[in-house]
Design a protein around this ligand. Sequence first.
Ligand SMILES: [Zn+2]
Length: 237
Amino acid sequence: MSDEIEQIRGLLSTLEDRITTSPEDAALRDFAALELPEIIADVTDYLMPQLTPYEASVYFYMFRHSIIGSGTQYVRVSVSGLRHIVSSARADAASGISVQLVAASLKQLVDLGVICKQSEPNRTGTLYKVLIPEEIELCRLAMKSEAIKPDPILNPQSEVDYYNVRENRTLIFERDGYQCEYCRKQLTRFTATLDHITPVSQGGGNEYDNVITACRECNSRKTGKALGDFLADTNPA
Ligand SMILES: [Zn+2]
């Protein structure tokens, strides 16, 4: 009888694991194809300055085991497991980081909206979603304040580079609603690319009015073509 109860317990905990990890499957994002270096640059520029060193260590550990490790934004961690990771090997072993400090750092990351708790803890820890800077309010505010505000009406010949400057690229994506301007496909930060309306090879520049949002397919088909030629090829009359 007690064996059967053990079996049932085992089944229940398997089921529980499956249920609590299902968001990972549901929200699988193609992080392999995205601009991981840009995300890491954003983390360094906009998130790190807002965290304590302990919070930063915890975040980077979770980032490594979610976005970099599995290609999803989900990771299960426990305070005791994190404690060993976050403690410095060079610190006096006896004075390693305390469980309380790890727990406080995790809680602070949740309070700041940097990670989101996805489940109650089980034997192997708690499931968290690791957010990236553009999803974190704190970072979005910092990014906005650094972006160079476009003023295409007052200054149409703007020298501002909307193609190479990361914060400005985001402004173009937001202006276009993350939609491909050619085929109207809804894109995300990870699939959107920028295209020159007048190609660089034909004298086009990186100004506000010459840069638009495009999906990868349209962008690669249009490469080097002027807008009129591209549209003529796409919709033969
Ligand atoms: Zn398109």
